[in-house]
Design a protein around this ligand. Sequence first.
Ligand code: SF4
Ligand code: FES
Length: 373
Amino acid sequence: MTAPESAPKSAPKSALGPPIGLLAELTHRCPLQCPYCSNPQELVRRGEELDTAAWIEVFRQARALGVLQLHLSGGEPGARSDLPALVGAARQLGLYSNLITAGVLLDEAALAALAARGLDHVQLSLQAAGAQTADSIGGFREGHARKLAFAAWVRAQGLPLTINVVLHRRNLDDLPALIDLALRLDAHRLELAHSQYYGWALRNRAALLPSRAQVERATALVERARRDLKDRLPIDYVTPDYYARRPKRCMDGWARRVIVVTPRGRALPCHAAETIPDLDFPNVRDSSLESIWRESEAFNRYRGTDWMREPCRSCEFRERDLGGCRCQAFALTGEAARADPVCDLSPDHAALQALAAEAAAADGPPYRYRRFA
Ligand code: SF4
Ligand code: FES
């Protein structure tokens, strides 16, 4: 029986903890064109980006709110000439700074300048283990060679290095070589995450989605590598949603741990939230981060469990997965408040399975690359 539905309520303020992370999307500019890019399809242009002072004010407010970790992301954050100033400000404010980069714009001197200003950690993306495949996925010639050089500079600076790889049909069978490469680059951690299908990846889903057999082979291989390398290379593995039976607790819950700020200053509860069209996202130019975190309708809409409909509302797992991913529910059903169709208790699950089987069986069409129009 379906329970009556009610309007979503705000989370009680007393129960609301501080965010621990700020994901600062400094720019959408990037020389790579990855077909699974998590940036929106409508990219923010340089003239609309927050300036240095505005970003530092965002960092200051984030720290005052309780944020400890600052993730400097993009696009490619190396496209911002004020990156050293931003890293220096983060250090002065006591924020742990993590640079999430494609590693193709910063040379050795630029990286040394960031290290000197107090950068704490580098997260470098790779597209594949070999140059030819990697450069064709990223749409950038000689990008892979530059990334390998950049990784060596990171380690030479004594900075901890995480390698991250978005997994999909074209690089899944590359996994053994990717793990070897991470070891050779002296990485501290390897993050392997299957592509999430919203934004650009949703557009390219038929070209990116692997088959179930390919995923099962890859998952077994990663599990073996995690056991074998547990003392040398921790491996994080984000499993693919489309072949799962239960959804993940996306972002550890909507507006629960992280604030995302886009290049033009919009504050989001998750990096893909702008794909949900009926949410009005506040801007850090107009509102304080604290009021956005505590009071904005967009942050409160899917916080906690009050917003849930059946089957989530009466489900024993609702606190565990918080109904899965709102952006994925919207992408697949047109309604963000439905259960994530990844869940086999969702009425939309069978349709998702059929869609996955059909997409994985098709010959992948060519990628549609993100580009500034
Ligand atoms: Fe999670 Fe909702 Fe599925 Fe229950 S019905 S497992 S709360 S997504
Ligand atoms: Fe937005 Fe999962 S990506 S809630």
